[in-house]
Design a protein around this ligand. Sequence first.
Ligand SMILES: [Zn+2]
Length: 216
Amino acid sequence: MLLERERDEVVRACRKLSAAGLVVGTAGNVSVRAGDLVAVTPSGVDYAELAARDVGVHRLDGTPVEARLAPTSELPLHLAVYGADAGAGAGAGAIVHTHSAAATAVSTLADEVPAIHYYVAMFGGAVRVAPYATYGTDELAGNAVHALRGRTACLLGSHGAVTTGPDLTTAYDRAVYLEWVCDVYLRAAAAGTPRLLPPGEIEAVAAKLASYGQRP
Ligand SMILES: [Zn+2]
C-alpha cells in the first residue's frame, strides 16, 4: 500500500480530533503530503470506521493514484495550500481542517483572532478569517491560501478552521491550541474588551517558541 505510514497517521489524527470533540460527525478533514503525493481523508466516512486503506492518495494536481473512495470535498483547499507559493502554506507537510465550535463561532463574528494571548505567535500572529465561500469550491481554497499568507492557521468565515504544519502532529496540535485561543477570545470578548499584545512581543515569543521544541 502506497504511503502506508502517512495514511495510518491520517486515521489516527481523525480519531484524536473526534475524541477531542474538535469535529462533529464526519465534518473536518486531514491530509499529509509526501513529495508530490497527498494522503487525504475520504468524504463522509465515520472516523470510528476509517481504515488506512480508505485514506486516498492523490497527486498535487488532484489525480487519484490510489483512492477507493471519493476524497473529502475540501480536496481543492488542501491542494491549493500545498501548491501555494512562498509565504502561504509553503513547506506545509500536513493540514488539519475542523469545524470546532469556538473557532467556528469566531469565524462568524470577527475578521481575525487578534493577539489576545501569546499563543497566537505559534500561528505567526493574529489569525485571519477568510471571506466566506461555498465549501469545496476553488473560491474557498483561494480565500484560505490568501488568509494563510505568513501564517500557519486561518479561520474560514462561517465555516471552520485550518491549521498547517511541517508534519501532522504539529498541524494537529495547532488545531487544538487554535480552538483554545478562540474559546478564550469568546469568553474575554463577552466580558469586556480584551487587551492586545503588541506585534513586537508576538515576534519575540515566536522566536522563543521556535527553539522551545528543539531542546533536549
Ligand atoms: Zn469544512
